[in-house]
Design a protein around this ligand. Structure first.
Ligand code: AMP
Length: 185
């Protein structure tokens, strides 16, 4: 299948290059000293987005029961991958945003602290979960998300990110979990 100029049969290297070509560096955002990796050019490009979504969906077809998207950029990719797989998507949100009964985790970020939540009834017991986010930095968000998913009774099959900032060693915080990054810097 060909999507625009991007073939859905592209190799892993090609997808990584595609991501590299569509990421933009924004210095000193959201605070001085942080080099923000902006993936809005990637999601604004239809063929690139489609190739990325198909690449992720293909690797998890039949292996997961539900997709978890981490607020906010993880919602965009998570919803698209869930749709492609014919699965539902569960949002992990910043504290105070979800209307129902929730459980909460607090954690440290590369730039600050945060609290995230999930609905207590978001999963059926033992459901296999694919967690999706845009960037793995210090790993705090992914670690807290995995803890929430497990406290809510589901299983984390894998954590998928578009970009891993390896110098921040986020993967170390995720222990023996299956963590996959499309592009690692
Ligand atoms: P962390 O918990 O440190 O792994 O941070 C991950 C979350 O913060 C992700 O949801 C990212 O979207 C965001 N984030 C952290 N650092 C960056 C960065 N340098 N560029 C873009 N997003 C980032």
């Amino acid at each position: 299948m060909t999507v625009g100029s991007v073939s859905a049969g592209d190799s892993r290297t090609d997808i990584a290059e595609l991501v590299r070509d569509h990421l933009r560096d924004i210095p000193d955002f959201p605070k001085p000293g942080v080099l923000f990796k902006d993936f809005t050019p990637l999601i604004a490009d239809g063929p690139a987005m489609k190739a990325l979504v198909l690449d992720i969906a293909r690797r998890y077809a039949g292996r997961v029961d539900v997709v978890v998207g981490i607020e906010a950029r993880g919602f965009i990719l998570g919803a698209a991958v869930a749709y492609e797989l014919g699965l539902g998507m569960v949002p992990i949100r910043k504290a105070g945003k979800l209307p129902g009964e929730t459980i909460k985790e607090s954690y440290a970020l590369e730039y600050g602290t945060a609290e995230i939540e999930v609905h207590t009834d978001a999963f059926r017991p033992g459901q296999r979960v694919l967690v999706i986010d845009d960037v793995l930095a210090t790993g705090g968000t992914a670690e807290a998300t995995a803890a929430l998913v497990e406290r809510a009774g589901a299983l984390v099959t894998a954590i998928e990110v578009v970009l891993e900032l390896s110098f921040l060693e986020g993967r170390k915080r995720l222990g023996g979990r299956d963590v996959n990054a499309i592009l690692t810097l």
